[in-house]
Structure formats: structure tokens, C-alpha cells
Design a protein around this ligand. Structure first.
Ligand code: SIN
Length: 285
């Protein structure tokens, strides 16, 4: 298979053209895609009419998949997490408010998610434009741009990443409560504030408005101010890429070196349906 990688020209993001993910990929093609992924942090494929099995087969080549299917979700494979605003028989069929805050998936777990892959089955559209974009930010670019004095200050610091805080901040109910119940044994974890990427060795800021509750060992006000400063550093416009979804897109992001936020600019009457698979990460220390 001959593929082409087209960088967005921004701090992160690239389109991979020419791949047919309905077919098993040969090792050379997969290696090219993997390299592009770890270089550009977010990659996307257009026009992939995949089944769940295709998505699972392709993304499992990056590592072990986490089984995240919720009790409240419809009959899908255990590796599929449904993100959707669709209501059937009075119940949401998936997580309808995922991504209201900037966050990185699974930060509250001892082994946080390494990679997420989201596939668009239905995308809301109005007046010829698709809605519900996802914004991504490169936390490696954000780290690189810090002054030396700040890099020095961050050395050795660790932060508590908390699902409970996320739930409170989002006023979470519904599906989020199910996610919380599933994570109950492990609802928060301590990770370095600056992570060294396990594959490419880049340093990344691991701090988000959604999950980062406090910095270990700092007084409360100093911790709060530093979290706010670093979280806004990460999402400065020059470190972001905004993905405008088309039906049959598959977008993959690196959960160590990026964070993301959804855009809720579509009415409830327009269905949005995404299936996510998730690669388990390694412990951070
Ligand atoms: C997520 O936060 O995992 C979902 C993002 C989106 O639906 O745009």
C-alpha cells in the first residue's frame, strides 16, 4: 500500500492519505503510519468505512486495547466506547458530554491511556458545514516554548489527576457517572507534571483544566495558579489543531503529548455518533 502523510503545517496534526484500513496493513505501511503518528501527535484518515472489527484490528497494532464499554451503552464490542448525543428508548446510547473541558483521556488512571482513536459514524451538519469539531493541543510544543526558568521550576513536580474533580467541574451526571463507577477503584493518580514521552522521548506538559486537581507538595494557592498558567500555556492557539469532522473519518491522538476538547455547537436534534478505541499506556514512573 502506498500512503502519503500530509502535515497540517501547525504544531500538530497530519492527514494520512491512501491507506485502506478495512484491510490488514503490511508491516512497512504500518511502520510509516506509526512514525507519522508519533511525529505529528494527531493523525487522521478520511473516507474509511470501517466496521468496529476493522477499527479494533487496526488500533490494536499500536498496543493493548482497554475495554471501556459501559453497562449503559448498546451492544458493542468491549473495546468500543460510544460517544454520542443519540437517545434511544429514553436513554443516551453513549457518552453525550465527553470533552466539555480540555483534558487527556484516562489521566486519572495509574496506567493512563496512551492513544485514542475516534471514528465518525454520524456527524451533525447544517447549512453545508459539519459541526462538532474537536480541538487538539500539542503539550510537547507547549513545553518546548516555556522559558528555561519555568522548565527548571517544573523539574520533579508531580500532580494529582482526579476523575472526581472532572465530574464536579462538568456537573457530571448520566454517562459520566457510569464512567466514574467503572473507575471507582482507581479514580485518581499521581503523574509527573512533565512527562517524557515513552516512544519519542519528547517532554510534554501533563496538566489539564479537566483533571489536574493539585500539585503535590505545593501550597494550595501556588498549586492552583501554576495549574491555571500551564493549562492555558498548553491551549494557546499556536499549539492547536481543530479537526472538522467528515463522516467516516478516523482520528487518532496521542494522550501523552496532546489534550483535546469537543465543540458543542450542534442542536440535540442532529445526531452525532462516534466509536472510540483506546490503547492502554504504561505507568508514568
Ligand atoms: C472525547 O473527549 O474523547 C471526545 C471528543 C469529541 O467527541 O469530539
Amino acid at each position: 500500500m502506498t500512503i502519503q502523510v500530509k502535515p497540517s503545517g501547525l504544531a500538530l496534526g497530519a492527514e494520512v492519505v491512501g491507506a485502506d484500513l478495512t484491510q490488514p496493513l503490511d508491516d512497512a505501511t504500518f511502520a510509516q503510519i506509526r512514525d507519522a503518528f508519533y511525529k505529528h501527535e494527531v493523525i487522521y484518515f478520511r473516507g474509511q468505512t470501517l466496521s468496529d472489527e476493522d477499527q479494533i484490528r487496526f488500533t490494536a497494532r499500536f498496543g493493548e486495547l482497554r475495554k471501556l464499554k459501559l453497562a449503559s451503552q448498546p451492544q458493542v464490542d468491549p473495546e468500543i466506547f460510544v460517544v454520542s448525543n443519540i437517545v434511544k428508548d429514553g436513554k443516551h446510547i453513549g457518552s453525550y458530554d465527553a470533552g466539555t473541558l480540555w483534558h487527556t483521556d484516562g489521566a486519572y488512571l495509574a496506567k493512563p491511556h496512551a492513544i485514542s482513536a475516534l471514528r465518525a459514524l454520524e456527524v451533525p451538519a447544517q447549512a453545508g458545514r459539519t459541526l462538532g469539531d474537536t480541538n487538539f493541543a500539542s503539550t510537547s510544543a507547549a513545553y518546548d516554548a516555556l522559558p528555561q526558568s519555568m522548565k527548571k521550576r517544573l523539574e520533579g513536580l508531580q500532580a494529582v489527576q482526579s476523575f472526581a474533580q472532572h465530574l464536579v467541574k462538568t456537573g457530571g451526571g448520566g454517562v459520566k457517572k457510569d464512567v466514574y463507577a467503572a473507575a471507582k477503584a482507581d479514580p485518581e493518580a499521581i503523574h509527573p507534571l512533565v512527562r517524557v514521552h515513552p516512544v519519542n522521548g519528547r517532554k510534554c506538559l501533563y496538566v489539564t483544566e479537566g483533571y489536574t486537581a493539585r500539585i503535590v507538595g505545593l501550597p494550595e494557592d501556588e498549586s492552583r495558579d501554576l495549574i491555571a498558567e500551564l493549562a492555558s500555556q498548553c491551549t494557546r492557539p499556536e499549539f492547536t489543531y481543530r479537526h472538522n469532522w467528515q463522516q467516516h473519518d478516523l482520528v487518532m491522538w496521542d494522550d501523552c503529548s496532546t489534550q483535546h476538547k469537543a465543540t458543542f455547537d450542534y442542536p440535540a436534534s442532529l445526531p452525532r455518533l462516534m466509536h472510540r478505541t483506546t490503547v492502554v499506556g504504561a505507568p508514568t514512573s
